[in-house]
Design a protein around this ligand. Structure first.
Ligand code: NAD
Ligand code: UDP
Length: 310
């Protein structure tokens, strides 16, 4: 059993990961500044004697003794990462330097939650890990995309220069319970709009595609990547089933039984036109692939958002 630090552990993915790690008998320290995370996400863990919550901003150094570090702290939705883009870049870069320094001192293994955004608006489809991406360095999404790219560089340099035991995963659009209802991401937006009987806001003509992974599948892949001894990544983790945003809107309307109508709004700057992971590496090296299809995952997520309004 290990002592594990999860930065961003009160957020959407982090809270599921903390729960999973505790279930396996590990001791978990969750460090989060609660910018986009919330205590409600980890409320059920607070009584567990193996769980500790630290209100901490990872742009500042942290001194704890751990065997594993999952570095998830970073706002992940466009609305939140563009709210204070300089802070977003600081969280990625200074946060990574602090956490890599911690890993170096404690000899902990450290995993970075990188993103499919490192591929930008991709010219290679589906995206393979070898693709270097098509990223605008000076646009509205750049604070997030280039921050995450810089962190991948830092991880590889700490590995080559200081032999830090790193792992890099590139997460594709993930959804499930504990998503913030107002963070502007497409799955939470559509479900909340449908449940409230409001119009469903499709940006652009809705022909852009995304591939949606249910959070339990993602967490399984994260743990497998962390605990494999040979492969440092980067590895794509996501569900290769690809849908247009219009199809997603239709599914959400059908599954909620909402009377909402679809309305079309302007497409945000640099919005990727297509995104789908090639998961051959995850399949062959980690023996991982997603199990939950979009309909089943959406049903569970709809139940979660319904429970918030009960
Ligand atoms: P989230 O916003 O729910 O979680 C991020 C957490 O980090 C929040 O709890 C937030 O309070 C915390 N945080 C932000 N800045 C911090 C700071 N300076 N110090 C300490 N804590 C800080 O988002 P999420 O979807 O759970 O994403 C988790 C990680 O996974 C992020 O790094 C994100 O970039 C990555 N990721 C997520 C997706 C996805 O589809 N959800 C896709 C690709 C990558
Ligand atoms: N999107 C949309 N309506 C919304 C929110 C998002 O049509 O209310 C679109 C957005 O323009 C993008 C896709 O859905 O094409 C996924 O957006 P999200 O912010 O969830 O993730 P990302 O763009 O980072 O993949």
């Amino acid at each position: 059993m290990k002592k594990v630090l999860v930065t961003g552990g009160a957020g959407f993915i982090g809270s599921h990961l903390c729960k999973r790690l505790l279930t396996e008998g590990n001791t978990v320290i969750c460090a989060d500044n609660l910018f986009t995370g919330k205590k409600e996400n980890i409320l059920e863990l607070m009584d567990n004697k193996n769980f500790e919550f630290l209100r901490h901003d990872i742009t500042l150094p942290l001194y704890v003794e751990v065997d594993r570090i999952y570095n998830l702290a970073c706002p992940a939705s466009p609305v939140h990462y563009q709210y204070n883009p300089i802070k977003t870049m600081k969280t990625s870069v200074l946060g990574a330097i602090n956490m890599l320094g911690l890993a170096k001192r404690t000899k902990a293994r450290i995993l970075q939650a990188s993103t499919s955004e490192v591929y930008g608006d991709p010219h290679v489809h589906p995206q393979v890990e070898e693709y270097w991406g098509n990223v605008n360095p000076i646009g509205q999404r750049s604070c997030y995309d280039e921050g995450k790219r810089a962190v991948e560089t830092l991880f590889m340099d700490y590995h080559r220069q200081n032999s830090v035991d790193v792992r890099i995963i590139r997460i594709f659009n993930t959804y499930g319970s504990n998503m913030c209802e107002n963070d502007g991401r497409v799955v939470s937006n559509f479900i909340v709009q449908a449940l409230l009987g409001k119009d469903i806001t499709v940006y652009g003509d809705g022909s852009q595609t995304r591939s949606f992974c249910y959070v339990d599948d993602l967490v399984e892949g994260m743990v497998r990547m962390m605990e494999n001894d040979a492969f440092i990544g980067p590895v794509n983790l996501g569900n290769p089933s690809e849908f247009t945003i219009r199809e997603l809107a239709e599914k959400v309307i059908a599954l909620t039984g909402a009377s909402s109508k679809v309305i079309y709004k302007d497409l945000p700057q640099d919005d990727p036109k297509q995104r789908k992971p090639d998961i051959t590496k995850a399949q062959t090296i980690l023996g991982w692939e997603p199990r939950v299809g979009l309909n089943d995952g959406l049903k569970k997520t709809i139940e979660y958002f319904k429970s918030l309004t009960r």
